[in-house]
Write a protein that binds this ligand. Structure first.
Ligand SMILES: Cc1cc2nc3c(=O)[nH]c(=O)nc-3n(C[C@H](O)[C@H](O)[C@H](O)COP(=O)(O)OP(=O)(O)OC[C@H]3O[C@@H](n4cnc5c(N)ncnc54)[C@H](O)[C@@H]3O)c2cc1C
Length: 488
């Protein structure tokens, strides 16, 4: 039976960081069990601009949601099945979280402790290279400045900002357009370490316990034993799913499915967070120049609530017409177009996930509870977003590019109609998090509460959603976890 000091479940974003850092010590052995294949020499994965073709592909677990009565029930949650996890198929937009985003996360997660981990990241995080700056994105930035009076930000990671527009920072190599993912930055350079074992295309179906201590994992390739710790890095959907399949979770729900309860932990699967977004689309007057990093290179942050230093409305500007959710609603599909996708940085709606079967191959039920918050904050944020987007579109130099608004269309103007459209055409920024939160499922050192030898290290530990796209926060959690495990 193979045995290692540390068994990492999931060679994804956090898992890659953790594996590389723990295996720096030649006296410990580290095994990563990853459900997907290697990304080495796979241009589909390594070429960042191909990200959109990976959605729904064989490298995507592709999770549906349960019906969303106030949102879009057709959203598919893409989750990568490949080494590097979602950092191998995402858009690699890279934002340092705001200090306030982690202020309530508990002891050891204050900014003085957590913030410096950003400086340790090995990814090549840079503002979009000048050669990749598309003329229409430059004109979007100019129009946003003119319409709203917000500053242009050259480097969003240089210091916290209240609002602003500009090109994003992205983890990539501009000379080749290739990813600087968790896998390429952390694992590729150390694949020959004798104390690091990657077990690929292998699915973990259960964590095994002895007297309340995790001792290893059941996998599609047999049992793998952990001398010191099992580290769950399977992501915000698959980590709680695995815990529940292993008997750790809400006891009554598990018993009802015939799963033997190892430890009653009601928080597992609760607090399902996301960044919901919607879309407003314009047809352009002819084709758009082709240069770009990944077709969503620039954006805008707006602060409506002056009592908080952080922005509370974000926009991605897409140089392509993203019609996946509007076509179904009957809106036209156009050859050339752009869109703005207003999103809710700190949504008030919260969901939950649960198992519907003890069969590990059955996908869990995901209920994001989109737009169910009684205060109406989330839908109002989209409505505000549409109005701001139209102000920008009516400003030169962007205005001259645009032929017509195709969704929702200029005739849709009332709060009620914009909200209805916005919720039906809503999408996800693909940021599920929070389902094994610090404080309810794991303690501040990321140990699963009430058990030994088991930690969670991925986006599921977020108690609250960071204002910005979360990958950098996940990478920083990987770095911090390595220190916590090594006792640094
Ligand atoms: C399409 C898309 C675009 C995105 N764009 C951005 C962006 O531009 N910027 C940003 O900040 N964030 C972005 N995100 C979100 C960000 O990528 C994720 O929040 C982050 O990467 C999650 O990291 P993780 O370590 O929690 O999980 P993951 O990176 O998903 O890692 C989980 C790993 O575990 C493996 N696994 C799961 N279950 C098992 C099991 N039972 N057995 C074995 N292996 C298993 C998976 O194969 C995967 O490799 C995007 C996400 C998507 C899907």
């Amino acid at each position: 039976m193979p045995e290692y000091d540390y068994v990492i479940v999931g060679g994804g974003t956090a898992g890659s960081v953790l594996a590389a850092r723990l295996s720096e010590d030649p006296s410990v052995t580290v095994c990563v069990v990853e459900g997907g294949p290697s990304d080495v020499d796979d241009p589909r994965v390594l070429e960042l601009r191909n990200w959109i073709n990976l959605l729904g592909s064989e490298l995507d677990y592709d999770y549906p949601t349960v019906e969303q009565p106030r949102g879009n029930s057709h959203i598919r949650h893409s989750r990568a099945r490949v080494l590097g996890g979602c950092s191998s198929h995402n858009t690699l937009i890279s934002f340092v979280p705001f200090p306030q985003d982690v202020a309530s996360w508990g002891p050891g997660w204050d900014w003085d402790t957590f913030g410096p981990y950003y400086d340790r990241l090995l990814n090549n995080i840079i503002p979009v290279d000048p050669a990749d700056r598309n003329p229409i994105a430059l004109d979007f930035i100019a129009a946003a400045k003119a319409a709203l009076g917000v500053p242009e930000v050259e480097d969003f990671n240089a210091k916290p900002f209240a609002d602003g527009t500009g090109f994003f920072s992205v983890a990539y190599h501009p000379e080749t357009g290739s990813r600087s993912s968790a896998s390429t930055a952390y694992l590729h350079p150390v694949l020959d370490r004798p104390n690091l074992t990657l077990v690929l295309e292998t699915w973990v179906s259960r964590v095994s316990f002895e007297d309340g201590r995790a001792i290893g994992v059941d996998t599609s390739a047999g049992f793998i034993s952990a001398r010191r710790e099992v580290l769950l890095c399977a992501g915000a959907i698959d980590t709680p799913r695995l815990l529940m399949l292993s008997g750790v979770g809400p006891a009554a729900d598990l018993s009802a499915l015939g799963i033997e309860v190892v430890h009653d932990l009601p928080g597992v699967g609760e607090n399902l967070l996301d960044h919901p977004e919607s879309v407003i689309i314009w047809e352009t007057d002819g084709p758009i120049p082709l240069n770009s990093v990944m077709d969503s290179d620039a954006g805008l942050f707006v602060r409506r609530d002056q009592s908080d230093p952080r922005p509370d409305l974000m926009f991605h500007f897409y140089q392509i017409p993203f019609t996946a959710n509007t076509e179904r609603l009957g809106y036209p599909v156009v050859e050339h177009g752009v869109c703005m996708t207003p999103n809710i940085p700190r949504p008030h709606s919260v969901g939950r996930m649960w198992l519907t079967s003890a069969d590990p191959t059955v996908k869990p039920a995901l209920d994001f509870g989109y737009f169910t918050n009684p205060d109406g904050y989330d839908e109002q944020t989209l409505v505000d977003g549409f109005r701001i987007a139209r102000e920008i579109a009516s400003q030169e130099p962007l205005k001259s590019w645009l032929k017509r608004e195709i969704a929702p269309g200029p005739e849709v103007t009332s709060d009620e109609d914009l909200s209805e459209y916005g919720r039906r055409a809503a999408h996800t920024v693909y940021h599920p998090a929070g389902t094994c939160a610090i404080g309810s499922v794991v303690d501040p050192s990321l140990k699963v509460i009430g058990l030994e030898g088991l930690r969670v290290v991925d986006a599921s530990v977020f108690p609250t959603m960071p204002t910005v796209n979360p990958m950098v926060t996940v990478l920083m959690i990987g770095e911090r976890a390595a220190d916590l495990i090594r006792g640094a």
